[in-house]
Write a protein that binds this ligand. Structure first.
Ligand code: ADP
Ligand code: MG
Length: 562
């Protein structure tokens, strides 16, 4: 754990500006500290010399100005620090979310979603302390002692030697403490993340846990992780307090040493009064920033530990995606071709798809049958470009991702509904769609049937993950999104797998309306869908075979082709 991780400057450019501003303010502060000490020594020496207040008036005025300027600079650096902390925090948070999104639905990096959430919220908040307190002190700790030492050396060499010998003890001690706490702070962090991940898991699965009487046991697990986190935090705090005490002691002793040495020489008449005062006033100033940075060290390191975890995510390479050649595609006219495509998931020996050859003509309706785990969703993942083939070629590989996805709509097996209104959830199909368009899509998908009966209609809140809607209703909202999107290629994943026959029937009708005039790839384990198909293919353990004619099923009613 470095005090200043260069990756921070790389990932968050405003941090560079902040560092430059902080260094500048640090240098100004140091100048003011030196000026204040010199003026104070001059005024005090003058007062004891009996020069009278009149002669000291200019020096007193200057002293007052320096004190005011110091306060102003302090306020300024505090304000700058808080501002930049906010900027960097939200920048990193945005990057983190963007990168996690770009890594795609396949990626987890071994983390649970709750862990990522903890990192992106509470974790990055810890950067505030790092920026506002730790970093400015770190700069002062580098600049002030050196400047003070130089001035003292100019005034009195012996005192400079005493300070020069004792001063390095503090950073050396701090580095030792840092090495010691590194692992502890990291452990504290990992535990907090695990707690976040576990908590989300338990909250989401609460009904299941209740049913199987496991809620108590899970509460015990949470208690255990909480306990471990508390112990880790206490260990870090113990070291933090102890090391602050030792640093305090160390610098007090060093200042006392200087005071004794200066006092003795002053008594012996070997040192002018003003010089002695200057050295005495300056000596604590040399130790102060080092002591303060030591006290901020642990709070600052919490931010660094969280930032390091964030960089881990940010530096996870994106899945190898062939560079978009900028080739254009119009799925209303162009054929889609998969040629010898194999997909292997990391950590799996058996490929999820092997050597798949498939062409999809515009306007064609392909039904893909196959048992659970055969690779059907993986095939859709390829067409959605969530998954890249391990080998083989896709005819659309060169099309820029955004352009490709604009022409595709997807009704997943378990549609995700966001905690908003029904209208918001449908609008996901096309952002900025008017309420009239949303209503039309809802009618086509059969959403209108149940929404019209709701007191709040389209403004009804669906609850987290659409919990206040039934599975069939959620499926229809997902279909309404697809109607609204009006894309030429429609991908459907097991549209009726979890529905009762009556609801399934309604969804089937909606799917048939959606299929009209579009290219459709529908995957299902249910052969009933073959009546929708122009062509049926079968997947078994990743191997795709063409079934020339649709399976024995009633022919598709004619009016549906319109
Ligand atoms: P289907 O949709 O036909 O039920 P999938 O395409 O979801 O099947 O899965 C095909 C195979 O790939 C299964 O053995 C499944 O366990 C595996 N698989 C699917 N997704 C992943 C993943 N993200 N990581 C590892 N293995 C996966
Ligand atoms: Mg599936």
């Amino acid at each position: 754990m470095k005090p200043l991780d260069p990756r921070l400057l790389r990932h968050a450019r405003p941090a560079r500006t902040f560092l430059a501003v902080t260094v500048l303010l640090g240098i100004v502060t140091t100048g003011l500290v030196l000026a204040q000490a010199a003026l104070l020594a001059h005024v005090l020496a003058g007062a004891f010399d009996g020069r009278g207040l009149n002669g000291l008036r200019p020096a007193l005025g200057a002293l007052l100005a320096v004190v005011v300027a110091r306060a102003a600079v302090h306020g300024l650096s505090e304000a700058a620090a808080l501002r930049y902390a906010g900027v960097v925090r939200s920048l990193l948070r945005r990057r983190l979310v963007e990168h996690a999104l770009r890594l795609g639905p396949q990626w987890s990096g071994g983390r649970r979603s709750g862990e990522l959430a903890t990192l992106a919220t509470r974790g990055l908040d810890a950067l505030d302390v790092y920026f506002a307190r730790y970093l400015p002190q770190l700069v002062l700790a580098c600049v002030t002692p050196v400047a003070v030492l130089a001035v003292v050396a100019g005034a009195d060499v012996l005192s400079a030697v005493v300070i020069g010998v004792t001063l390095p003890l503090i950073p050396v001690f701090m580095i030792l403490v840092g090495l010691h706490t590194r692992a502890r702070t990291e452990r504290q962090w990992r535990l907090l993340e695990r707690l976040g991940g576990h908590f989300l898991d338990v909250v989401e699965g609460l009904p299941t846990l209740k049913l199987f009487n496991r809620a108590k046991a899970q509460a015990a697990v949470i208690r255990e992780v909480t306990g471990a986190h508390r112990r880790a935090t206490m260990r870090v705090l113990r070291v933090a307090f102890l090391s602050a005490l030792v640093l305090e002691l160390l610098s007090t002793l060093a200042v006392a040493l200087v005071a004794v040495e200066v006092g003795l020489r002053l008594l012996g008449g070997g040192l002018p009064y003003e010089t002695a005062l200057l050295v005495l006033i300056l000596a604590p100033e040399a130790y102060l920033p080092l002591r303060t940075v030591g006290a901020q060290f642990h709070a600052g390191m919490e931010g660094v530990a969280a930032a390091e975890r964030a960089f881990e995510v940010l530096e996870t390479p994106l899945p190898a995606r062939p560079a978009a050649s900028g080739a254009a595609v119009d799925l209303r006219r162009d054929t889609i071709a998969l040629d010898g495509v194999t997909v292997r998931y990391p950590g799996r020996d058996v490929p999820a798809l092997s050597d798949v050859r498939l062409t999809i003509e515009p306007g064609e309706r392909i039904v893909v049958l196959g048992p659970s785990g055969a690779g059907k969703s993986t095939l859709l993942g390829l067409l959605l470009r969530f998954t890249e083939p391990s080998s083989g070629s896709l005819s659309f590989a060169g099309v820029p991702l955004e352009e490709w996805r604009e022409q595709v709509s997807w009704v997943p097996q378990h549609p995700h509904l966001f905690d908003g209104t029904i209208a918001d959830n449908i609008r996901l199909g096309r952002s900025g769609a008017s309420l009239a368009d949303i209503r039309r899509a809802a009618r086509q998908a059969g959403v209108a049937e149940f929404v019209d009966a709701l007191p709040e209609g389209y403004d009804t809140h669906v609850g987290e993950r659409g919990a206040r809607l039934s599975a069939g209703q959620r499926q229809r909202v997902a279909l309404a999104r697809a109607f609204l999107r009006d894309a030429p290629l429609v991908l459907l994943d097991e549209p009726t797998a979890h529905l009762d026959p009556l609801t399934a029937h309604g969804v089937q009708d909606a799917v048939e309306r959606l299929a009209a005039g579009r290219t459709v790839v529908l995957v299902s384990h249910d052969p009933a869908w073959t009546r929708l198909a122009d062509r049926v293919v079968r997947i078994d353990s990743g191997h795709l075979t063409e079934l020339r004619s649709p399976q024995p099923a009633p022919p598709r009613p004619l009016e549906l082709t319109s």
